[in-house]
Design a protein. Structure first.
Length: 309
């Protein structure tokens, strides 16, 4: 009975978070000046504030899912990194967040876009920080995958006749699945941020702000920036994974002399190559990584929402 109540409780909890997010970031003391009251009375502003609340709820859900995935990677003592390594991963996430926040604040200083909303100086930065906090478990997870791949690479033998370590294939498969899982979470966060930016632009255009002040390209550049930043974390993992997978094939099914080739050897090697996706081109192997570019498509769609032009 308790398990049946869990999905209902999770859904209601996320709805409560969305309502609190809408009230705090989108509505709390947002219309104290006459211009702000006129802006907040628009239907487009209602849509933006509702999307902000939904985004915060999504951030909570994604952060929990990715933190749970990291915890599962560390569930066994042998898989758990040392406290110092955990501290390094956490510090890296903090530095990455600081770099992203600093770059955005440098290129989009306060007042760049005149948003007639009281308390804007803390609303947008708060939403940005919440999104980066939600994405940080995914960055930590991807770095952990990369570390484990480096360790596996060192364990692979280089001398002929030496077998691959036990469990290497399972570890490679697990690394790929976890990397795609972390990528999916990051793409969801970036996509919602782009949708929020597009909705805010629509509200400003409805309020009378000129399109030159907040051009459509700004929304696309916003999504492109976050996509590139997340790609810097994910793509090295993909390249390293493919390299380690190729080495595992060479170790497990070594290429014999030309006169020793047999149908059994070719079938065995083909099965392993197909399982590790090494028989397809690199763009197809990187297909999950192209999920990073989904926010750009989302940004294009957001520009065609009512009032976006």
């Amino acid at each position: 009975m308790r398990l049946v109540a869990v999905p209902v409780a999770v859904t209601l909890g996320l709805l409560a978070v969305a309502a609190l997010g809408t009230g705090l970031v989108g509505r709390f003391r947002a219309a104290e000046s006459p211009e702000a009251r006129a802006f907040t009375s628009l239907l487009e502003f209602d849509l933006w504030s509702a999307l902000v609340g939904a985004s915060i709820a999504l951030y909570v859900a994604v952060a929990y899912a990715m933190a749970y995935a990291v915890r599962r990677r560390w569930r066994l003592p042998v898989d758990r990194p040392a406290p110092r390594a955990v501290a390094v991963l956490a510090a890296g996430a903090v530095l990455l967040m600081g770099a992203v926040f600093g770059v955005l604040r440098f290129f989009t200083p306060s007042g760049t876009v005149p948003v007639p909303l009281d308390g804007l100086a803390w609303r947008i930065p708060l939403l940005l920080v919440l999104g980066m906090l939600a994405a940080s478990p995914g960055a930590v997870g991807l770095w952990d995958v990369q570390v484990r791949l480096l360790r596996l690479s060192r364990r692979l033998p280089t001398e002929p006749g030496v077998l691959a370590p036990v469990g290497a294939l399972r570890e490679l498969d697990r690394a790929w699945r976890d990397a795609v899982r972390f990528l999916t979470g990051g793409s969801l966060i970036i996509s919602t941020a782009v949708v929020d930016a597009g909705a805010l632009r629509n509200a400003l255009l409805a309020h009378g702000v000129s399109e030159k002040t907040f051009p459509a390209s700004s929304v696309l550049l916003y999504g492109a920036f976050f996509s590139v930043m997340f790609a810097l974390v994910f793509l090295p993992v993909v390249v390293l994974w493919r390299s380690v997978a190729g080495r595992l094939v060479e170790v497990t099914v070594r290429i014999p002399e030309a006169d020793e080739l047999t149908g059994e050897w070719m079938e065995r090697r083909a099965r392993l190559v197909a399982f590790l996706r090494l028989d397809v081109s690199l763009p197809k192997v990187l297909a999950p990584a192209f999920g990073i570019l989904a926010p750009l498509a989302t940004g294009v769609v957001s520009l065609f929402l009512p009032g976006s032009r």
